[in-house]
Design a protein around this ligand. Structure first.
Ligand SMILES: *Cc1c(COP(=O)(O)O)cnc(C)c1O
Length: 399
């Protein structure tokens, strides 16, 4: 192994770099999770994560990865045989629909070419045709981390409303929350699913479900078996600031610090920062003359950018050049685009100069790996970043 100095550049789209302030918050003695001190922390983080989801309704926090939070959404609300509508927008959508099939749900899969968001026209067609309301849930991935294409939950909500369809709207925003605009209540989401290690700037280990009245009613009516994931045991305990089983106590200290950082910046400013960084990164890719995986400008992700390498070149060999020479991790192409694409994560704890470091490392590596490209990506990204008017920049939400 080559010895590297300075900080590793973790530019994968999750897990992401954890701020020192969050690491310091986690570095605390483990406390009694049934004691009075814990309840104070419990109430604080439960209220804090509600504000991040923009909801006044319950949010359940699991000691789990995002996949656990997917399973929780399914087992609480759905039973074997229930019909659900899902779009195969990329690798994460594929994994989630595979899970739904394992739970014996009757999954109507809308295919895509993995280069755009969910096919809204087909969703509308299916919902309008379903006069008997057999479809129990529409399940979409907000920020498809394998392709860097966004499906906007509000657009799906509007389709459900136009069709007057009562299906639950479930949204995987595992790599969206804390990076992309998100409004659980205002957008009428029934179950929002997220995790700690992406936009939320925490280590892996927390899974979230934000709920709605309708989702809670569906879970009460649902008689199929669940235990660890049961929302009601969680919500009953959360009313006392506690959890039915041992929570990830130290990660909750981290969550409190991460929420504080996001609120000091202001959530709108967090979203705007991600938009700028996405625009700068795409300007670099365009200058290099490389193709984006995402083919629909409306769906470009502010959280990450997936880039195709030219035919006949291996994206994984390229990522190795980046890692060996510059100590930077980039995301791999997954499944269908393995070896054909790499992914630049620009979500979570990031500023303009860290992003420029990442883009410079990629441009130098494109040279070293002899990948056909044009120079000028760094300059193009700098133009976007310095084009901001500092006087007009959003001010910190908390002085
Ligand atoms: C990371 C990710 C997942 C999986 O989460 P884990 O924490 O790895 O279980 C699911 N969906 C999306 C969109 C993701 O980005």
């Amino acid at each position: 192994m080559t010895l590297h100095t300075g900080r590793h550049f973790l530019q994968i789209p999750g897990p992401t770099t954890v701020p020192d302030r969050v690491l310091r918050a986690i570095d605390m003695p483990v406390l009694d999770h049934r004691g009075p001190e814990f309840a104070v922390l419990g109430f604080e983080v439960l209220a804090g994560i509600q504000r991040i989801f923009r909801t006044k309704q319950p949010v359940v926090i699991y000691p789990s990865s995002g996949t656990g939070a997917w399973e929780a959404a399914i087992v609480n609300t759905l039973s074997p045989g229930d019909k659900v509508l899902m779009a195969e927008t990329g690798q994460f959508a594929t994994l989630w629909l595979g899970m739904a099939e394992k739970f014996k749900l009757d999954v109507d899969v809308l295919p895509t070419d993995w280069r755009r968001g969910a096919p809204l026209d087909l969703i509308e067609e299916r919902l309008k045709a379903d006069r008997e309301h057999k479809i129990k849930a529409v399940m979409i991935v907000h920020n498809e981390t394998s392709t860097s294409c966004v499906t906007y939950p509000l657009e799906v909500r509007k389709i459900l409303d136009r069709a007057k369809h009562p299906a639950l709207l479930m949204v995987d925003t595992i790599s969206g929350l804390g990076a992309l605009e998100y409004e659980h209540d205002a957008w009428g989401i029934d179950v929002s699913i997220a995790g700690s290690q992406k936009g939320m700037m925490l280590p892996p280990g927390l899974g979230f479900n934000a709920l709605s009245e309708k989702a809670l009613a569906a879970s009460k009516a649902n008689t199929s078996t669940r235990y660890y994931w049961d929302w009601h045991a969680m919500i009953a305990n959360n009313k006392q600031g506690s959890f039915p089983f041992t929570p990830a106590t130290n990660l909750l200290y981290g969550l409190k610090a991460a929420v504080a950082m996001m609120e000091e910046e202001g959530l709108e400013n967090v979203w705007a920062r991600h938009e700028r960084h996405g625009a700068a990164t795409r300007a670099a890719v365009k200058a290099w003359g490389l193709d984006l995986v995402c083919q629909d400008p409306h769906a470009y992700s502010p959280a990450l950018t997936a880039v195709m390498v030219p035919d006949g070149h291996d994206a994984d060999a390229f990522r190795k050049v980046v890692l060996d020479n510059f100590d930077m991790s980039l995301g791999a192409g997954l499944n269908k685009i393995k070896g054909k694409a790499f992914r630049i994560g620009h979500l979570g704890h990031l500023n303009d100069l860290s992003l420029m470091g990442a883009i410079a490392g990629i441009e130098m590596s494109l040279d070293l790996a002899k990948l056909p490209h044009r120079a000028g990506g760094v300059a193009a990204a700098m133009e976007v970043l310095k084009g901001r008017d500092v006087a007009a920049m959003p001010k910190a939400a908390v002085a």
